[in-house]
Write a protein that binds this ligand. Structure first.
Ligand code: KG4
Length: 342
């Protein structure tokens, strides 16, 4: 029987990743992280592009080897075309174009944000795997985005709410930075919050209409609290680190859940999913489970490895487009940003 084998390539930010999917089932997913950015407290685009250049061939080679296939068996190459850092995207895009030409197979372009949502459809070939049915709501929370998306099909996704300033991940990372924690700060806050008191500090919550989010007010109120308290006690952060992390985390999770609950109620949708790097957050995962029970939601939380940037989600997105024969022309170029409707 003919098999559809898709190689996915992800290079939108600071992770070089390649994955192979056979008929929707993941065979391999290899990611090279870039530690070079840690000392700068954020991703340095030029350094990211250079690291992608060094990583892309070994990462793709490893993904093909681990999948136990030969490159000549591939049906198509799927790649992240945007949004993301242009220099980084150019590396993956150029490689994908060259490889598809050499193998004489189709090229499929993938929207990185849609791919985060499609991560829910990655099968690992195990029994009892649960996938959302259409329509479902997806909260997409990453370093650059906080969106509520109505997902009507693999190709029909509508953004009904999004941040008007910072993303949830940015709020984690920026507040972590002022507390002197390494980049990216989200996982450190998550870890430290486990032994902190979430009610110790109160931070401002946004009052904005519709399903939109805002995190800049929270960031400012966090900054002002630290500034005022440090004046009185220079060791304030060190002495209250766990409580600060727990209170901040709870505020971010509350803000995210409030609009999501409103959207689910208004649209009468009870299939609720979460995606993106911030969905690795333990408190957000707990809030999903708890609200799921209380509000009779069917909750979908992806495995942590598919929440951060990875090529498995690019390969599965490419698989669905390949089945629809939606191919990408060689003249297409990467894009840094997208509009609201994808
Ligand atoms: O989707 P993602 O991997 O990539 C980009 O948006 O580029 O998301 C990265 C974001 C960062 O802001 C990081 O701090 C956050 O996800 N993050 C977390 C956790 N793990 C990753 N935030 C809170 N808690 C976590 N456990």
């Amino acid at each position: 029987m003919h098999k559809t084998l898709i190689l996915g390539i992800e290079s939108s930010c600071d992770d070089t990743s390649a994955a192979v999917i056979r008929d929707g089932v993941l065979l391999s997913n290899v990611t090279a992280n870039q530690s070079v950015h840690e000392r700068y407290g954020g991703v340095v685009p030029e350094l990211a592009s250079r690291a992608h250049q060094q990583n892309i061939i070994p990462v793709v080679d490893e993904a093909i080897k681990r999948a136990g296939i030969d490159k000549s068996e591939l049906s198509a190459i799927a790649f992240t075309r945007g949004p993301g850092l242009l220099g980084s995207l150019l590396v993956g895009t150029s490689f994908a174009k060259g490889f598809s030409q050499a193998l004489e197979i189709p090229l499929v372009d993938v929207n990185h944000l849609q791919a985060h949502v499609q991560a829910h459809f990655i099968s690992q070939g195990q029994e009892g795997e649960k996938q959302p049915s259409f329509p479902f709501l997806c909260l997409l929370v990453s370093g650059g985005n906080s969106q509520i998306i109505v997902v009507r099909s693999h190709a029909d996704m509508e953004v009904i709410g999004q941040t008007i300033d910072d993303a949830a991940g940015e709020a984690f990372d920026k507040c972590a930075k002022v507390m002197g924690l390494p980049y990216p700060g989200g996982p450190h806050i998550d870890r430290l919050a486990k032994t902190g008191d979430a009610k110790a500090f109160k931070f401002s919550k946004p009052q904005i209409p519709d399903y939109n989010y805002s995190f800049s007010g929270l960031k400012t109120s966090f900054l002002y609290l630290l500034r005022d308290e440090i004046k009185k006690n220079p060791d304030f952060v060190a002495e209250h680190l766990n409580d600060l992390c727990a209170s901040l985390q709870e505020t971010i999770v509350d803000i995210l859940m409030k609009k999501l609950k409103q959207a689910a109620h208004d649209l009468k949708i009870n299939q609720i999913a979460v995606a993106g790097g911030v969905s690795a957050n333990s408190s957000l995962r707990k809030a999903f489970e708890e609200n799921g029970k209380k509000l009779h939601w069917d909750v979908f939380i992806p495995p942590v490895e598919f929440t951060t940037d990875n090529a498995a989600m690019i390969a599965i997105s490419g698989y669905f487009k390949f089945l629809n024969r939606e191919f990408c022309d060689l003249k297409e170029v990467p894009y840094a940003r997208v509009n609201n409707t994808f």
